[in-house]
Design a protein around this ligand. Structure first.
Ligand code: FE2
Length: 146
C-alpha cells in the first residue's frame, strides 16, 4: 500500500466515524414511540462514546501530517456511512445503526492492518480500540433487536 492510498483510507475512516456519530446523535434526538426512553438512551450512549473519540482521531491524523476532513461536502464524498435524511422508527434506526457499526468495525480492522504494516503503532492501538468500541455498540444494538 502506498502512502497516498494509506492516507485516503485513514481520511475515509475518519469521515465515516464522524458520519456515524452524526447519525447516532440524530437518532437520539428524533426517535419517537412508546420505547422512546430506551432508544433515546441507547442512541445517546453510542453517539457520546463515538463523539468522545473524534478529537483524538483527528489529532492522530495530524501527527502523521494527514489533514482531518472537516467539511460536510468531504464527508459526503468519502464517508462509507450513508446519511439518513428521513426519520425511521426506533426498530429501523437500531437495524441501520447496527449495520453501520459493523461497517465501522470492519473499517477499523482494515485500517489497523494498514497502520501496523506502515509501522504506525500508536495509531494502530487507537484503531484497535475503536474496533473494540464498535463491537460493543453492535452488541448493544443487536441485543435490542432480539
Ligand atoms: Fe441528549
Amino acid at each position: 500500500m502506498d502512502k497516498t492510498e494509506y492516507e485516503a483510507m485513514l481520511r475515509s475512516a475518519f469521515a465515516s466515524e464522524f458520519s456515524f456519530f452524526l447519525k447516532a446523535a440524530g437518532f437520539h434526538w428524533n426517535v419517537e414511540g412508546s420505547l422512546f426512553p430506551q432508544y433515546h438512551e441507547l442512541f445517546g450512549n453510542i453517539y457520546a462514546e463515538v463523539y468522545g473519540s473524534i478529537d483524538q482521531f483527528a489529532e492522530e491524523l495530524r501527527a502523521l501530517r494527514v489533514y482531518a476532513p472537516a467539511a460536510f461536502e468531504t464527508f459526503d464524498d468519502i464517508s462509507q456511512v450513508e446519511c439518513q435524511l428521513e426519520v425511521p422508527n426506533g426498530m429501523q434506526m437500531t437495524q441501520e445503526l447496527l449495520a453501520d457499526s459493523d461497517t465501522m468495525s470492519e473499517i477499523f480492522r482494515a485500517t489497523y492492518v494498514a497502520a501496523d504494516s506502515m509501522g504506525d503503532y500508536g495509531l494502530a492501538n487507537f484503531l484497535a480500540d475503536r474496533q473494540n468500541a464498535h463491537k460493543k455498540h453492535s452488541w448493544m444494538l443487536r441485543s435490542t433487536l432480539k
